[in-house]
Ligand binder design. Structure first.
Ligand SMILES: *[C@@H]1O[C@H](CO)[C@@H](O)[C@H](O)[C@H]1NC(C)=O
Ligand SMILES: *[C@@H]1O[C@H](CO)[C@@H](O)[C@H](O)[C@H]1NC(C)=O
Length: 206
């Protein structure tokens, strides 16, 4: 944010939001308008640092059943969103073992994972606490895309740099085939991967 814009947004803040949050916090959490569904989806994908990933279980206790688990994700260093959720995985991990058998998965991210819903007092299940559900599959990435995945993940999850090398970590991406968005009343909205990747995740002040 430029120095010239700051006093203006601080003024707006005073009018719109009678709390003690700073202007930078306000701009950081500015979500695109709810009717711009693809932008909302991109905003959520970029702001969330982790996702719940559901796989089809390959483990005998629950074989064939959905299995949901938390993963660190990043679609780019902050301010450099690609829209592609990248993950750092090891075949020692229970859900990754499912993906080896069937790479189909669903990834969900919610602004309940950020300060946004708490600050607006939106319950995580309220349609106003915006969330995105991605359908698709998980695939390993190589070469320059793996380099981008590394930069994306390590900048936002610095602890990964020191994860044990004997786990044979590799970089993966979520290959999106369908985007489902819940960001307002009236039910889920569908965004195609094309619309999703064309949309800008950024609000004016980011
Ligand atoms: C990346 O390399 C792995 C291992 O060689 C391979 O299985 C996979 O298909 C490659 N992925 C892409 C997108 O080329
Ligand atoms: C992503 O998934 C779609 C649908 O299964 C498939 O057609 C496409 O080839 C996949 N993308 C890549 C890069 O493999």
């Amino acid at each position: 944010m430029s120095a010239a814009v700051r006093p203006v947004s601080a003024l707006l803040l005073g009018l719109l939001w009678a709390s003690s949050a700073s202007a930078s916090e306000f701009s950081r959490l500015r979500i695109p308008p709810h009717e711009q569904v693809a932008r909302v989806a991109r905003f959520i994908s970029h702001r969330c640092d982790w996702a719940s990933m559901a796989t089809i279980s390959s483990h005998e206790q629950v074989a064939g059943q959905p299995f949901s688990n938390a993963f660190s994700v990043s679609d780019g260093p902050l301010g450099s969103s690609s829209g592609v959720p990248y993950m750092y995985l090891t075949r020692m991990e229970v859900s990754v073992q499912d993906l080896e058998v069937n790479p189909s998965a669903s990834l969900s991210m919610s602004l309940a994972q950020t300060d946004y819903c708490r600050q607006h007092r939106f319950d995580p299940q309220s349609p106003l606490c915006a969330r995105v559900i991605l359908s698709g599959s998980v695939m390993q990435v190589n070469g320059t895309e793996a380099e981008f995945a590394k930069k994306s993940l390590f900048s936002r999850h610095p602890e990964m740099i020191n994860w044990p090398t004997d786990h044979n970590w590799f970089f993966s991406k979520f290959n999106i085939t369908q985007v489902w968005v819940l960001d307002y009343f009236g039910g889920v909205k569908i965004v195609t991967p094309g619309e999703y990747f064309q949309a800008s995740p950024y609000s004016k002040y980011l």
